[in-house]
Design a protein around this ligand. Structure first.
Ligand code: KOT
Length: 828
């Protein structure tokens, strides 16, 4: 029989004609085939969008081929696998990234040309996949790219939201939110796996039953939902390995509600089940505020349960018992959002696999690791016990049992120190009894880390001090990174070619250490000339975008000064705007001789405010109000322009970052866990104007304080400054610009009052205290910009020193020290 099977397989392989071919003619045929049979248009007449669809499907075929080979290879080798659990991924566009990682961009560009299309124009047709809010979500995306490139055997898991992060639309300077219907035009980058589905249970009761003489807990759910897998291939660069990001979508389950179908009310029975799909419909847009919403908790459990069932199923496919489970499985919690996975693994191992509590617990302690992205106690997630008890009654019991055992162990170590016991408890007593998700994650993980060195230190000395004293070995330090494939090769092709030319190799795209070679050429006039040319072209591209979007013409000879990130008080976009008002005020009061010495600036601000975050929305409106005043002022001309870029997302970032001369990172010291935007700007040769916070501290170590513009209170100075409160002395210029807003120079004085009140009086984020040194740093930047040779040298040294902030480095560190996984490279 097996000989028969073999012949059949051989015959089928022959029919398939081996692997897909990547020469220009084959690609042209392939694109036309997809135009005709996938897009169903005439191959003799199709538009840019249809060309994009056909091209994307052609790339998809190649991704599927590699994905398949990678899985077969992994299954044969059976290495320890990492499962990365994150509720958010900000993937942006996939086309350019995929063809570059597959190594066939030029072939595709050529094929498209032959068909009368231009690659860049076609690539622009793609919308962003924005299944996340900001830094945390983009970090997951960068890390997936590095995991694939470095050949690690990994699966990413997440939720397939039907609506991604809201679209920001600005009407009269005010932010409005609109739904992101990203799936309306189809999504060629996912593979629907109708047969990979799991039931996820909610509500109901837990009963005790005697089974084979053992007391078992049996959860009888009140609601059942089906989780269906959608696989998104993630190709590595310079490797055949293509890993999978598996996202779950909710579908009504055919196991639910059999009875209601028999009551005769068929129509309502069907309609009622539609609500169940809502579980995976919307991404919550408030980064870091917890409202104890039931739907959010449902999302968390839904995604975690499906993922854990999938992981256990995969393990059981090749193992007859659980002995090797901890040697084959590592689970990474991206913040606390997926930490119900801990209780879910316990439930499945104890109630379903019947391994017994002690054995299951032993395994849990070996497989989980936890990264926190939070700085403050208020940022820590808490789930009301009442909510959990109704939604997931069995999980609440498990968490109580874990906590009971932990408290007993702790008492043996520290005695009856009730303060400490209550601080460390997973359960928070009080008006609303809640589960502290971070405590759960720390107790059950073998490794805990922050996202920069200073953040990891703060965890040990402040946020998780008690836990650090109890388990010092659990606490590691990691520094975030970003992928140079997306942030240089895809988004800045000019710089990418220039680097390859000067290094004489493209190897830096996989081996970022090579970038340091640029240091040797930092003063070479030829490099300077080419470097400036690349920046100029990128600035032209950005200027065109600004004009198309806002009608504003900006001069590319001006310094492009950019601050783009989520709008938050701690990120201090307001400090930037106050600085701009001050600059405007100074220019207005200058004579014409002094005006000649002003360095022209185009100030660019962009970012979304959480829909319910009033103060953040006022900051956006202020930006518009100030822009209107400045941009219309004929006294000012090209000396100062202010633009707000609406709907900042990954694809807009790819345009903005390469075109920036200067970028601002203004968080009050101690508030930005890491910050990854700065790393993207650094790679693109933008100079940083920044506080000594988060990852900036490590950037200083790499490129030196002389090559950036630093300002502001340091971490250790912040508490004393805050202490001073309203009696803190602030510069006159600060009071003057705030007064200008209060007095209605920019209109809307009533609306801006509460905004001004946040920085006068209490001024929690210390804008007044830092204003003086902020202006000095700005002046220093102006001074260097006039000396273009010095500026260009600093710019080259910024790129040259950015290698430590490649996510490849971060991932290698996690792989070795946290996950214990090895590369598993599929042969070419
Ligand atoms: C969101 C909800 C709860 C807790 C934390 C967050 C969070 C943190 N979302 N984004 N972050 C950012 O994560 C980045 C990646 O680690 C950091 O660079 C950045 O400093 C965080 O603010």
């Amino acid at each position: 029989e097996s000989a028969e099977k073999r012949t059949k397989a051989e015959r089928m392989f022959g029919l398939l004609d081996g692997f897909l071919k990547n020469d220009s003619i084959s690609l042209q045929k392939d694109i036309l085939h997809h135009v005709a049979y996938t897009v169903a248009r005439s191959p003799f007449s199709f538009d840019d969008f249809e060309a994009y669809q056909a091209l994307a499907h052609s790339v998809r075929d190649r991704l599927i081929e590699r994905c398949h080979d990678t899985q077969i290879y992994f299954n044969n080798k059976d290495p320890k696998r990492l499962y990365f659990l994150s509720l958010e991924y900000l993937m942006g566009r996939s086309l350019s990234n995929s063809v570059i990682n597959l190594g066939i961009r030029d072939q595709y560009a050529d094929a498209l040309n032959q068909l009368g299309f231009e690659f860049e124009v076609v690539a622009e047709q793609e919308g962003d996949a924005a299944l996340g809010n900001g830094g945390l979500a983009r970090l997951s995306a960068c890390q997936m790219d590095s995991l694939a490139t470095l050949d690690y055997p990994v699966w990413g898991y997440g939720l397939r939201y039907q609506y991604g992060l809201f679209r920001q639309v600005i009407v009269d300077g005010f932010q409005h939110e609109q739904p992101d219907y990203w799936l309306n035009f189809g999504n060629p980058w996912e593979i629907e796996r109708v047969h990979v589905s799991y039931t996820v249970k909610f509500y109901g009761t837990v009963k005790e039953e005697l089974r084979n003489g053992e007391n078992c807990k049996v959860w009888e759910p009140g609601e059942i939902v089906e989780a269906v897998a959608y696989d998104n291939p993630i190709p590595g660069y310079g490797t055949r390995n293509t890993i999978t990001l598996r996202l779950w979508a909710a579908k009504p389950s055919d196991q639910q509600d059999m009875e209601s179908y028999n009551t005769g009310d068929y129509i309502n029975a069907v309609l009622n089940r539609h609500g169940l799909e809502n579980i995976s419909s919307i991404l919550y847009p408030d980064d870091r505020s917890y409202q104890g919403k039931e739907l959010r908790l449902k999302q968390q459990y839904f995604f975690v349960s499906a993922s854990v069932q999938d992981i256990i199923r995969r393990f059981k496919d090749t193992h007859s018992n659980f002995d090797e489970f901890p040697e084959k499985v590592a689970l990474q919690l991206n913040d606390t959002h997926p930490s119900l996975a801990i209780a879910e693994v316990m439930r499945l191992l104890v109630d379903v696999e019947h391994l017994g509590w002690d054995r299951a617990w032993d395994m849990v302690c070996k497989i989980f690791s936890f990264t926190t992205h939070t700085v403050s106690r208020e940022g820590l997630e808490k789930i009301p016990v009442d909510l959990l008890s109704s939604l997931l009654p069995r999980h609440l019991q498990i968490i109580y049992d874990i906590n009971f055992n932990f408290m007993e162990e702790l008492k043996k170590r520290i005695g009856l120190d009730y303060d400490r016991l209550s601080r460390m408890s997973i359960i928070e007593e009080g008006a609303v009894k809640s589960i502290r998700m971070a405590n759960l994650a720390i107790v059950c993980s073998h490794t805990v880390n922050g996202v920069s060195r200073v953040h990891s230190e703060l965890l040990k000395t402040r946020l998780f001090k008690d836990f650090y004293e109890h388990w010092p070995h659990k606490f590691h330090y990691k520094t975030n990174g970003v992928t140079q494939r997306r942030w240089i090769v895809v988004s800045n092709p000019g710089l990418s070619s220039l680097i390859s030319k000067w290094l004489g190799t493209e190897a830096w795209i996989r081996n970022i250490d090579l970038l340091t070679v640029l240091q040797e050429h930092a003063s070479d006039p030829d490099l300077h000339r080419e470097w400036k040319m690349v920046k100029k072209v990128n600035k032209m591209r950005l200027a065109e975008y600004i004009e198309a979007m806002s009608g504003l013409k900006v001069s590319i000879d001006a310094m492009f000064d950019v601050q783009t990130k989520r709008i938050h008080e701690y990120k201090r976009q307001l400090l930037n705007i106050l600085g701009i008002i001050h600059r405007y005020d100074c220019i207005k009061n200058m004579d014409s001789k002094d005006r000649k010495r002003v360095v022209p600036r185009v100030c660019i601000i962009g970012g979304k405010a959480a829909p319910g975050y009033e103060i953040a929305k006022k900051i956006i409106k202020l930006c518009y109000a100030v822009a209107e005043k400045i941009n219309d002022d004929s006294d000012i001309g090209d000396l100062l322009k202010l633009v707000f870029i609406p709907d900042y997302n990954v694809s807009v970032a790819e345009l903005v970052i390469p075109g920036a001369d200067l970028s601002q990172h203004l968080s009050t010291a101690g508030h930005e866990a890491s910050g990854t935007g700065s790393m993207k700007f650094l790679m693109n040769g933008c100079l940083l104007l920044a506080t000594e916070d988060g990852s900036t501290i490590e950037i200083i170590e790499e490129i030196g304080a002389d090559n950036m513009f630093l300002f502001g209170a340091k971490l250790h100075e912040v508490p004393a400054l805050r202490e001073e409160g309203p009696s803190l002395k602030v510069p006159l210029q600060f009071s003057r610009v705030v007064r200008m807003i209060r007095e209605g120079h920019f209109g809307y004085e009533d609306y801006f009052k509460s905004l001004c009140d946040t920085i006068e009086g209490r001024d929690h984020y210390l804008l007044g205290a830092d204003f003086g040194s902020y202006l000095e740093a700005q002046a220093a930047a102006d001074k260097v910009f006039v000396d273009q040779e010095k500026w260009t040298r600093m710019s080259i040294l910024s790129t040259a020193g950015s290698g430590r902030f490649s996510s490849d480095k971060t991932i290698e560190d996690y792989a070795e020290k946290t996950w214990g996984i090895q590369p598993c490279r599929c042969p070419l």
